[in-house]
Write a protein that binds this ligand. Structure first.
Ligand code: NAD
Length: 247
């Protein structure tokens, strides 16, 4: 198959829905062999080249998943870590379980996926990893402590991975989406003052689509991004570029 990812093996976590699913579809269109993993919903990934049930926060399950990918395809060229949870609350009112869960899935889960694929990428002398952070990894937001903290951590994890593995030919970049219409943001579906205010903070005055994030992921995975590593690419309709005054 032709395309910017022709015959590459791309592993996508959180591939059942939203940005992960759109990235899986875009990777297939770009010619890749796509492995999707998610905590459930295997049947919704049945059209992919390999679908795995996986809790990204489980180190043994992650190791087993990557072993299965290597056994099936012989290599892993790219990883996109889309698995994530939105958990809210301030330090005094959040459930402590939510704090631990957000750290386990959003941050540790991203690290475990990278840690599992890196030995094969290093042995091959190349590879590309794309992590999913958020506008809320770059700025604070009220009542969103577990999410903000873990996404800030993903940004630093990405830079740390880029620093440690660049010499081995591995590129590691992150995407920081703004408001994207996916199952994660169903609470913002339908007209509401909250939705209008949030959209107004995006300079393009609209929500983004999962496909718009997926296209950036495909670019970062591809040789078109061959001199880009350690970067944070906001796909946020300008949210992070200006502070919009709400009146
Ligand atoms: N939608 C947005 O507005 C937005 C904005 C910024 C960042 N993001 C980030 O983009 C990524 C994808 O989000 P989305 O909007 O597509 O959300 P989504 O809820 O549609 O997809 C997330 C997927 O992760 C899976 N998942 C959750 N916990 C898991 C676990 N322990 N193991 C394996 N899979 C697990 C879910 O089942 C789901 O399929 C997330 O990291 C999210 O934080 C989304």
């Amino acid at each position: 198959m032709t395309g910017t990812l022709a015959d590459r093996v791309i592993f996508i976590t959180g591939a059942r829905s939203g940005i992960g699913r759109a990235t899986a579809d875009a990777a297939r269109r770009a010619g890749a062999h796509v492995v999707g993993a998610d905590i459930d919903g295997l049947e919704t990934m049945a059209d992919l080249d390999l679908a795995l049930a996986l809790d990204v926060s489980d180190p043994d399950a992650m190791t087993a998943a990557v072993e299965q990918i290597l056994k099936t395809f012989g290599r892993i060229d790219g990883l996109v870590t889309c698995a994530g949870l939105s958990l809210t609350g301030s330090a005094t009112d959040m459930a402590l379980d939510d704090w631990h869960k957000a750290l386990a899935v959003n941050l540790t889960g991203t690290m475990l996926a990278a840690r599992a694929v890196l030995p094969a990428m290093v042995a091959a002398g190349n590879g590309a990893i794309v992590t999913l952070a958020s506008i809320y990894g770059m700025t604070g937001s009220p009542g969103n402590t577990p999410y903000n903290v873990t996404k800030g951590g993903v940004l630093q994890l990405t830079r740390s991975l880029a620093a440690d593995y660049g010499a081995a030919g591995i590129r590691v970049n992150t995407i920081s989406p703004g408001f994207i219409e996916t199952p994660m943001t169903t609470m913002l579906q339908g007209e509401s003052p909250m939705r209008s205010a949030f959209i107004n903070m995006h300079l393009l005055k609209r929500a983004g689509r999962a496909e718009e994030v997926a296209k950036t992921a495909i670019f970062l995975l591809s040789d078109d991004a061959s001199f880009i590593t350690g970067a944070n690419i906001p796909v946020d309709g300008g949210f992070s570029a200006a502070q919009v005054i709400l009146v």
